[in-house]
Design a binder for this molecule. Structure first.
Ligand SMILES: Nc1ncnc2c1ncn2[C@@H]1O[C@H](COP(=O)(O)OP(=O)(O)OP(=O)(O)O)[C@@H](O)[C@H]1O
Ligand SMILES: [Mg+2]
Length: 256
C-alpha cells in the first residue's frame, strides 16, 4: 500500500490552474523526486499535501486516510512533515529551541502550557545529532549560515518524528561542496526509514538520491519512473532542460 496517494489533485489560484488533476503514489521507504521548470506547480503541490494552502480538487491519502481537508498541524501530527524552499526558523531563538518546538508541537501540542516532555527532548536531541547540529545547540538560529539553516529546518521537521518527509529544494542555494554534504545527510535520513518526497532542480542530487522521478510541467505529469528512464525521455529533455542535450549529472534547468 502506498504511504501517499494523490488522486487527480488540482490547485487553482483564481483563474490560474497551478496543479492540474495530478495523480501519483509514493511507496514506503522510497525517495521520490519531483522535478519540473520554474512555475510548474511543485511547491503548490507540496502546499496542498501539507495543508498549507489546500487543494481545490482531488483526493490526497496519507497512510490510506484522506487528508485533503485537514489543517497543517493535524497533518503534521499524523506523521507528515515538510521543509520550505526558503529557509524558515524562529530566528531570535536558539537552534535547540527551534527543534524542541518541532518535537513538541509537531507531535502532540494539546498542552496549553509549554512543557517539553522527555520523549520530545530526546527526539530533538536525536534530530540535532543526525543533522550535524549537536555542537550548535546554543547558537541563535538567525546567525547561522545557509547550510546550517537548511540542516536546522530539516532537524525541526525530523523532530516531529515523521513517516513521510517533504523536502522543497533541499540543496537549492548551496555551493557544490555544501550540496554533497546535504545529499549525504538526506541519504542518512532515508536510511533511518523515513520516506522522502523531494522537489529538486539539481540533477546531481536527484540522481544520487531518487528511486523514482515525477516530471511535471504546467501542473501536469509528463513522465514518471526510475531516473535512468525519465532523464532520457526526449519530452523531459525538451521541456525541462530547454535543449536536446541529454541530462548529465550536473545538468540543471536552463531557466533556474
Ligand atoms: N499563493 C499564490 N497565489 C497565486 N498564484 C500562485 C501562488 N503560489 C504560486 N502561484 C503561481 O502558481 C504557479 C506555480 O507556482 P509554484 O510556486 O507552485 O511553482 P514551482 O514549480 O514550485 O516553481 P519554482 O521551481 O520556481 O519553485 C506559478 O505560476 C505561480 O506564479
Ligand atoms: Mg517551488
Amino acid at each position: 500500500m502506498p504511504i501517499l496517494e494523490c488522486l487527480k489533485v488540482s490547485k487553482a489560484y483564481g483563474g490560474l490552474l497551478a496543479v492540474s488533476a495530478l495523480s501519483f503514489a509514493v511507496e514506503p521507504g522510497e525517495v521520490y523526486a519531483i522535478v519540473g521548470p520554474n512555475g510548474a506547480g511543485k511547491t503548490s503541490l507540496f502546499d496542498c499535501i501539507s495543508g498549507i494552502n489546500p487543494a481545490t480538487g482531488g483526493v490526497i491519502k496519507f497512510r490510506d486516510r484522506e487528508i485533503q481537508g485537514l489543517r497543517p498541524h493535524d497533518i503534521c501530527r499524523r506523521g507528515l512533515a515538510r521543509t520550505f524552499q526558503t529557509t524558515v526558523a524562529f530566528d531570535s531563538q536558539t537552534v535547540l529551541t527551534n527543534v524542541l518546538v518541532g518535537s513538541t508541537f509537531g507531535r502532540e501540542g494539546k498542552d496549553p502550557f509549554v512543557s517539553f516532555k522527555p520523549a520530545a527532548i530526546e527526539a530533538a536531541l536525536d534530530a540535532l545529532a543526525l543533522c550535524g547540529l549537536a555542537g550548535l545547540q546554543r547558537a541563535r538560529a538567525g546567525s547561522l549560515p545557509v547550510l546550517a539553516r537548511k540542516r536546522l529546518m530539516l532537524a525541526t521537521a525530523l523532530a516531529t518524528r515523521p513517516e513521510l518527509l517533504l523536502l522543497d529544494e533541499p540543496v537549492g542555494g548551496l555551493n557544490p561542496a555544501e550540496r554533497t554534504q546535504m545529499i549525504d545527510l538526506i541519504r542518512k535520513v532515508a536510511r533511518t526509514g523515513v520516506t522522502i518526497l523531494m522537489i529538486e532542480h539539481v540533477m546531481k542530487a536527484v540522481q544520487a538520491l531518487a528511486n523514482r522521478i515525477l516530471v511535471i510541467h504546467h501542473g501536469q505529469q509528463i513522465a514518471e519512473g526510475p531516473p535512468s528512464k525519465v532523464l532520457r525521455d526526449p519530452r523531459v529533455i525538451e521541456v525541462y532542460l530547454g535543449t536536446l542535450r541529454p541530462m548529465g549529472p550536473d545538468a540543471e534547468p536552463a531557466n533556474a
